[in-house]
Design a protein around this ligand. Sequence first.
Ligand code: ADP
Length: 731
Amino acid sequence: MPFAFAAAVLAAIIGVLGAAATQPEVAFPIFIGVVVFAAVLTGVAVAASELFRQYRQVAAGTQTKLDDITAAERRLRNVVDSADVGLGLADLEGNLTQVSDRLAVIFGRGHDELLKVSITDLFAGEERAMVSKGLARLRDGQLTRWATELSAVGLYMVRLPADPQLLVQATDIAARRRAETLSDCLASVREIIVASAGVDQALPQVLRQMCEHLGWSAGQYWSVDSETRTMRVRHSWNAADALLDGFLFASRGMAVTEGNGLVGRVWQAGILAVEGDLTRATGYEPLRAAQIAELRSALAFPIVQGSEVTGVIELVSRETQTPEVEEVTVLATAGVEIGQFIRRAGIADALRRSEADHRAIFERSPVGIARISDDGELVEANASLLHLLEHDADSMKGTAWPDLMRAYDQAALRQHKAPFLAGISDGGSLQVRAATGGGTWLWLQLTATSIPDSYGAPEHVLVMVEDVTALRETSERLTEALQAQRDANANLEKFDQTKSEFLSIVSHEFRTALTGIQGFSELIRDGGLEPDEVRAYGGYIFNDADRVNRLIGDMLDLDRMESGRMTMRTADVDINDIVMEAISRAAPSATTVEFKSDLDPRLPIVAGDRDRLIQVLSNLVNNAVKYSPEGGTVTLASRVDGRFALVSISDTGIGIPQDEIGHVFERFRRVRSGAAQAIPGTGLGLTIVKQIVEMHGGKIWVESAVGHGSSFHFTIPLAPESAQALQTSNG
Ligand code: ADP
């Protein structure tokens, strides 16, 4: 530039000179002047050129610096504008002097508009008061920085050092707040479904939390009725508004089919759907009620179990609500979780019902039931068992049950069965005798069943306890009756047999006697006999007739005794006297035996029927003689035995076999073995003897050994006064 300027000056001068050169008188001085001037000019030009070069260098440096600053400022502004936080400068009164674009966006105002207001003007109500207060404290220097979180904005102000200005920083926390609200909503829903016992309790609360957190006016839960394949409202919640009640009431009356209306569409598609403007909607039911309730928007999302939609939650609002993607995600998640909860609750409910059924069976069963642990301890007894054993729960657990278990094990041992715990898996049952708390003895039937857990391992054991006392007693009585019947039959058989034997014996006896009578009387009738012979034959006839007579007498006696018609004529009787009479009666015909007597001369008087007692002694003496076919000794003894007179008739005859000893006093009983069978008899004598002795209040018994003889002993009570006298003399 300085060179251009010099060249221009030079050119102008040359131009002037060119014109002047046409006049020679001024040509030389002009020439000199021009040369000097040119030299000066050249010097100036050189100096100016140097100066100009230096100037250009400085200017270029300044321009670069300026460019750098401009670029840095542009970068800074870009940074400030593209920051997520809004930034601005304000004076100490809060009037904004510079603002970033983001700040304008956060406060929803224009950039220039923001420069006209104070920071406090951007807030209202309580928030405004808070900001004014913060500003005042910064202004007064109480604070150098102040921060707070307001409903939608996080505000941070710093007083700049050495400059009466404030840096204002604002963060948009609306999105964060929204995210927090959504996560709070989900957390509340989870809290409810975790803590609730059932669907009916949880769903109204879930609806309420959703409405309150997400800003909806009312909510209702539609569930599928699998029979009619429709959806009906099962629960609803609203913010207590009569108009909304009308809408909810109208919804309750509806049965939605798949694909129809908002709810039906969500049911069909399985995804969230929104009705953005109910004032103009067409595919919404109940539209009229919604419009009367002044509802503007509705949202519905599916409740899902696996891949199946089992219900729909519908939220309605008086505001225009357009859910954002986060809200949609949260509601979809809630739909799945609520679906799982409903499924779990359904299973739990079914389990509870089944448990309740079993409990009712346990508690109300008429059979006693005990639940015991696998080591046999009583866990629980039902009311029937406590009632049956007359115990309360404590005494049942403490004593009655262990006693019952011991009784079981003892009974099992006796019957060669497994003890209680070892035998549970067999499922067998056993009857045990046990006492109740009230002291009554019962027969109890115990049947154990092992209840397995879900893995099949025995979890606990149920023991059924039944009172089988009546059953047992009946069956015992039946057994007894049967036995009695059997015995009676056997007796009858025996009696039949004895009767036929008796008949044959009696017939034989009669016939023998009658044959004798007939034979001898024929001989007498035919005549021609010596008088001695007639006498002898007459004697035989007499004896035979006597035999028949005795037999008939015995039979009649027995009949009288057994029918209770036998009377006794009791008087004082001297037993020794009777003994001697019996010997003297028997002796004449008993020539083969020797009689001995061993009588106690001081034997007191007894009270008895003399004739009957003679009958007793005669019978016994006759037997002693009769069953001593080889002869021998018959000894009669008497003595006092306590309050009785004891009489013994002993022989040295054939004796009685051991197995017959207990039977010889039975009716028609006769020994049919050995030597006895050859000796005639009817088996009636000892029966009559026993009856007579017992009618006197005494006893009769026999000691005998085959081949050695027999001793019959009987007692007759002493007469009362004799007994007394005896007692006095002994005492
Ligand atoms: P019987 O008319 O047969 O003698 P009893 O009733 O008098 O009837 O006696 C019953 C049975 O007892 C006899 O058949 C006999 O076998 C046995 N008996 C009775 N007395 C004696 C005795 N002194 N010695 C041996 N056996 C006897």
